[in-house]
Design a protein around this ligand. Structure first.
Ligand code: TA6
Length: 314
């Protein structure tokens, strides 16, 4: 296998859908489907899966893939007239063979550039022209970077407004042993209480029932501590001020046909998002959003999400 192919392999996945496998020297890997521009797997150097993918997901368009990192664009949730979470997650993206120069010079070799442009059908649903680019890169240390660039290419002088999220499904050992640090004392909109606004209590967030909250103007770094596995996921984000935290728990899990009844115990969505203040782009303008995920072995160090301490494993 050529060095190039070692890092980036274009192949067929479930149901013959096109996918790209990214690999790094130390054995880390990631998989991205062109359907939805969706990362469906991210593994560390031991081959351990770090993202949740439902055993019930169908990989049958137009149904969205349940798990990994769906892209919510041009609408997050039901905040608007479009279908839930917009339509980017159930469209076929293309490999972008000629992306504009990348803002930051990276030495990464395991990356792929994808692009989504509207079809004539899409323009009837959302009357705008755009280029929605996504770079998925796997760092030498196994970090997973997603960078989105959305450009308004309308020729009729019209601006457009959108909301956005990386709807990341983290794989966790036992949700009742998970803590999220970095969202303490922040305001949030509770989707279980008609989006009413509340303020989070001072401690790290733990889970004992359904949660569906949009945290507003969060720090750029959030930690998800999987105590059982002594693993901490660190989510760093840029251009995405909000963070959504979601677990359907038992009842919602049973109600979702593409989700196993007990699978809520092994997943948590923490989503870098732009929800509260939608983004408006004039023709020719471009927005950039980015998230970087890392998974580090960690010892449980409660209550002190000190950026320097996140890597407190010795
Ligand atoms: O991101 C949280 C959320 O908006 C929840 O309200 C829940 O609906 C979840 O997304 C999953 O949405 P989906 O359309 O994928 O079933």
């Amino acid at each position: 296998m050529s060095a190039e192919k070692m890092h980036v392999e274009h192949c067929k996945g479930v149901n013959g859908l096109d996918k790209v496998i990214l690999r790094e020297i130390r054995g880390c890997s990631a998989e991205v489907y062109l359907y939805g521009g969706q990362v469906t797997s991210w593994k560390n150097e031991h081959g351990e899966e770090l993202l949740f993918l439902s055993s019930k997901t169908t990989f049958k368009p137009p149904k969205a893939i349940r798990g990994g990192i769906p892209i919510c664009f041009p609408q997050f949730g039901n905040n608007g007239s479009l279908e839930q979470h917009g339509f980017a997650r159930n469209r076929f993206w293309s490999v972008d063979l000629d992306p504009p120069p990348f803002p930051s010079n990276t030495s990464h070799r395991a990356f792929v550039d994808l692009i989504l442009r509207p079809s004539e059908e899409d323009v009837k649903i959302w009357p705008h022209r755009y280029e929605c680019r996504l770079r998925v890169a796997l760092g030498p240390g196994g970090d997973l970077m997603l960078t989105s660039r959305i450009r308004n290419t309308n020729t009729d002088g019209k601006s457009f407004t959108f909301t956005f999220a990386y709807h990341t499904y983290f794989f966790v050992t036992d949700i009742s042993e998970v803590r999220v640090e970095g969202l303490e004392t922040l305001d949030y909109l509770d989707n279980l209480k008609s989006k009413e606004r509340f303020t989070e209590q001072g401690d790290a967030i733990t889970f004992e029932s359904e949660v569906d909250k949009v945290y507003l103007s969060t720090p750029t770094k959030i930690a998800i501590l999987d105590h059982e596995r002594k693993r901490t996921f660190v989510l760093r984000k840029d251009g995405l001020p909000d963070a959504v935290v979601w677990n359907p728990w038992d009842k919602k899990a049973k109600a979702m046909p593409d989700f196993g009844d007990d699978e809520y115990k092994h997943m948590l969505c923490v989503e870098a998002a732009c929800v509260e203040k939608p983004i408006t782009l004039k023709p020719g303008e471009e927005w950039r959003g980015r998230q970087e995920l890392s998974a580090v072995p960690s010892s449980y160090c409660s209550g002190q999400l000190d950026p320097r301490r996140v890597f407190c494993s010795g």
